[in-house]
Structures are given as C-alpha cells and as structure tokens.
Design a protein around this ligand. Structure first.
Ligand code: ZN
Length: 176
C-alpha cells in the first residue's frame, strides 16, 4: 500500500526558510540558537542593502535551486573595498549571509576579501574545521552549521561567489 503524500511536511518545507531539522540536532543546539537568531535578525534588517551608483564592480548571482538572486556592488579604491552592498531577493539564509558578507569585507583589501571567501567556501563544504583550524571568519563561523544541509550551502555561499566574481571582473555567477 502506498503512503499518502504528507501535505503538512510539504507545506513546512516550502514555507520555512530555515532548515527544519535544526532543532533536532542536539549536539549543535547552542550554535543552532545563535544561527537562527542571527539569520532572522539579518534577514529582517539586512545591512548594506542598497545599490551603489557608480560602483566600480558589480556581479549578479543566481541560485536556481532555491530562487535566490542577488546583485553585489563593490566600490574599489585601489585595492581596498571602500564600499560594498547588495540588492535582490532570496531566502533568509542567502540574505543574512550577504548582509554579513558586506559587513565583513568592507574596508578590507581585495586579497583579504578573497582569503575570507576562500575560508568561508572551505568551511561550508567541509574543507575547514573552524573549531580547530586557524581562520579569519569570526562571526561568520555560525554558517558552519549549513554543512549538514547541502541545499543550504548554496544559499549561504551565493553572495560570496558573487563577490568573488565581481572582484574578478565577472558579471554573472550561478551556483548550478
Ligand atoms: Zn536560498
């Protein structure tokens, strides 16, 4: 006999922007609280959520799997990220990650921004253990939790890939 399709589960998946299984993950419950609080706060009140007119660089990032679409603006002065901002729409994780990305890279050199991009990418794909290995991620460490949710890795890293593309003079990036 075939089981009926669980309508409540489907509704939950389509409505919720946060991983549903998070509270079930007991070992990471503390990180989970901080993660959820931070994501929700940045989603509600994203930092540097604006266009930069006359930005020296910009790039579009798309994550078709989730429907996240962001444009990242970078204003470079020499090798320094003088200003960075983003616009677009997406799930709470992609928006919060973009918001925190702009806070972290503003005022950094291009090389520093690329180093943090590299560490962030390694962290969410399992190549960097933020608890035991040296890194410069600071508060971005809360995103280590997405490692367990492969679909969310793309949401969390979209703004970083888009920043990376902008810094390299590329205009479009897709996670597919
Ligand atoms: Zn997303």
């Amino acid at each position: 006999m075939e089981l009926p399709c669980s309508k409540s589960e489907l509704a939950m998946n389509s409505k919720s922007s946060l991983p549903n299984h998070y509270e079930k993950n007991k070992g990471m419950s503390e990180l989970s609280d901080l993660y959820q609080e931070t994501i929700l706060e940045h989603n509600k009140n994203p930092r540097n959520f604006r266009e930069i007119e006359d930005a020296t660089r910009s790039a579009d990032g798309n994550n078709p799997l989730c429907g996240d679409a962001l444009r990242v603006y970078v204003d470079l002065e020499g090798d320094t990220v003088k200003d960075v901002a983003f616009k677009g729409s997406g799930c709470a994780i992609s928006k919060a990650s973009a918001s925190m990305m702009t806070q972290v890279v503003k005022g950094k050199s291009k090389d520093e921004a690329e180093m943090i991009f590299d560490e962030f990418h390694k962290m969410v794909t399992g190549g960097l253990d933020v608890e035991t290995e040296e890194n410069h991620l600071g508060k971005l460490k809360i995103f280590a939790g997405v490692l367990e949710f492969p679909a969310r890795v793309k949401c969390a890293s979209l703004s970083w890939h888009t920043l990376h593309a902008a810094l390299h003079g590329e205009e479009i990036v897709s996670t597919e």
